[in-house]
Design a protein around this ligand. Structure first.
Ligand code: NAD
Ligand code: ZN
Ligand code: ZN
Length: 369
C-alpha cells in the first residue's frame, strides 16, 4: 500500500510501505476512505515531537471501512464503515474505565501517527478495535463525521467542558484555528451569553464571525485585555479557552479571566510557559489542561445525525490521498490559502478484497484567493 511517511523534520513522502496486518487478536485493519491533517502533524513535521521516529506513517483522523478483524473482535465486522478516532482505548485500564481514554495506560491514548503507524495511508492497523472504532451512521457522509476524529471532541471536552461553560457566560477563545472554531461551534451547545474570539489573523477572525462569535479582537493591533475589560465592566470573562499553544496566549488567558473564572488550556505547548501565581493566587481562578478523551464522540455523532450542526464547513480543500504531500503544503500555508481542514479522499468504492487503489479521484477544490 501507499502512505505518508515521516523521514525526520521537514522530510516526508507518499511512498510504498508494507500492508498492515492483524498483530493482536483485538486489532482490525481498516481501509482509509477519508483522512485529514491536524495542526499537530505540522508540529511533528517541524520536529517539535522528537519521540516520533523516522519511518512513521503520520495521521490520526480518518473514516474508513473494516477489511479484516482479529479473533477477539466482537462488535465490529468486516464491511463496517467506521470513524477512526485520534484516541484509542484499551478498555481495561483504570483510566479507560473512568472514560479517560486520552491518558489510557494500557497501550491506547493518542498513538496513531505518533507511537504507531497512522491514518494518512491506504490502510491502517487499528488496535483495540472494539473500544476505539465508532460505527458511522449510514445516512452520514465521510465529511460529516471526519472532524469528530479530533477537533470537535478536543475543543468540546478540553475547551468547553473543562471550562465549565454555562448559559449566559461570556467566553473568550484565544486562537481561531480549527480548534478555536470548533470551540465556538460546541460552546453554543451551552448557550453562552457572548463569545469573544481573539486571533492575529483577520481571515481567521472573519471565520470566527461566520461560526458564531459575537465579538472579534485582533490582538496584533488591538489591546485585547483592555477591550475585554471594556466589554465586561472591568471584570474579565467567565471562561477563557487557550487554542494556540504558545506562552503569550496562555498568559493572555490568565489576564482576561475574571475572579473565580476558568481558564481551559487546549493548545499543545512546546516551550516553557510562565504561570503568574503571584497575581493569580488571590483570584480563585481554575486552570485546566488535557489531552482529548473522545468520550463525547457518540454524543457528537448524534448531534450531527440530528442535523444540530454541520462540521462540513471546516472542509475547505479536497485532495486525493495520493496527493497528501501537496495537501500538507496547502494546509501549512493556511494564512495564504485560507485552509481550515483538508479532506484526503481515497478512490470511492475500492474493492473490499483488493487492497490497492493509489489512483485517486481527480476532484480538488480550487485554492481560494
Ligand atoms: N489538547 C489536545 O488534546 C489537542 C488536540 C488537538 C490539537 N491541539 C492543539 O490545539 C492548538 C490549536 O490547534 P489548531 O489546529 O487550531 O492550530 P492552528 O495553528 O491552525 O491555529 C492556531 C491559531 O492561533 C492563531 N495565533 C497564533 N499566535 C497567536 C497569538 N499570539 N495570539 C492570538 N492568536 C494567535 C493563529 O493565527 C491561528 O489562527 C494547537 O496547539 C494544537 O496542537 C490540542
Ligand atoms: Zn490532532
Ligand atoms: Zn486504557
Amino acid at each position: 500500500m501507499h502512505a505518508l511517511v515521516y523521514h525526520g523534520p521537514g522530510k516526508q513522502a507518499w511512498e510504498s510501505v508494507p500492508d498492515p496486518t492483524i498483530v493482536d487478536a483485538t486489532d482490525a485493519v481498516v481501509r482509509i476512505d477519508s483522512s485529514t491533517i491536524c495542526g499537530t502533524d505540522l508540529h511533528i513535521m517541524k520536529g517539535d515531537t522528537p519521540e516520533v521516529e523516522a519511518g512513521r506513517v503520520l495521521g490520526h483522523e480518518a473514516v474508513g471501512t473494516v477489511v479484516e478483524i482479529g479473533a477477539a473482535v466482537t462488535t465490529i465486522a468486516v464491511g463496517d464503515r467506521v470513524l477512526v478516532s485520534c484516541v484509542s482505548s484499551c478498555g481495561r485500564c483504570r483510566f479507560c474505565k473512568e472514560g479517560h481514554y486520552g491518558i489510557c495506560s494500557g497501550g491506547g491514548g493518542w498513538i496513531f501517527g505518533y507511537m504507531i503507524d497512522g491514518l494518512q495511508a491506504e490502510f491502517a492497523r487499528v488496535p483495540f478495535a472494539d473500544n476505539s472504532l465508532y460505527k458511522v451512521p449510514p445516512a452520514l457522509s465521510d465529511e460529516q463525521v471526519l472532524f469528530v476524529a479530533d477537533i470537535l471532541p478536543t475543543a468540546y471536552e478540553i475547551g468547553v467542558l473543562n471550562g465549565r461553560v454555562v448559559p449566559g457566560d461570556t467566553i473568550a477563545i484565544v486562537g481561531a484555528g480549527p480548534i478555536g472554531l470548533a470551540a465556538i461551534m460546541t460552546a453554543k451547545l451551552h448557550t453562552p451569553g457572548r463569545i469573544i474570539a481573539i486571533d492575529l489573523a483577520d481571515s481567521r477572525l472573519d471565520k470566527a464571525l461566520e461560526f458564531g462569535a459575537d465579538v472579534v479582537i485582533n490582538n496584533g493591533n488591538e489591546d485585547a485585555v483592555a477591550k475585554v475589560m471594556e466589554l465586561t465592566d472591568g471584570l474579565g470573562v467567565d471562561v477563557a479557552i487557550e487554542a494556540v499553544g504558545v506562552p503569550p496566549t496562555f498568559e493572555l488567558c490568565t489576564e482576561l479571566i475574571r475572579p473565580g473564572g476558568r481558564v481551559a488550556n487546549v493548545g499543545v505547548h512546546g516551550e516553557c510557559v510562565t504561570l503568574h501565581l503571584e497575581k493569580l493566587w488571590i483570584r480563585d481562578v481554575m486552570i485546566t489542561t488535557g489531552i482529548v478523551d473522545t468520550r463525547t464522540t457518540p454524543m457528537l455523532l448524534k448531534l450531527i445525525e440530528g442535523g444540530r450542526f454541520d462540521p462540513t464547513v471546516f472542509a475547505t480543500h479536497h485532495f486525493p490521498l495520493a496527493d497528501t504531500v501537496e495537501a500538507y503544503e496547502v494546509f501549512g500555508a493556511a494564512a495564504e490559502t485560507g485552509a481550515l481542514k483538508v479532506v484526503l479522499q481515497a478512490v470511492p468504492a475500492a474493492p473490499k478484497d483488493g487492497r490497492r487503489h493509489s489512483e485517486a479521484p481527480a476532484v480538488k477544490t480550487p485554492v481560494p484567493a
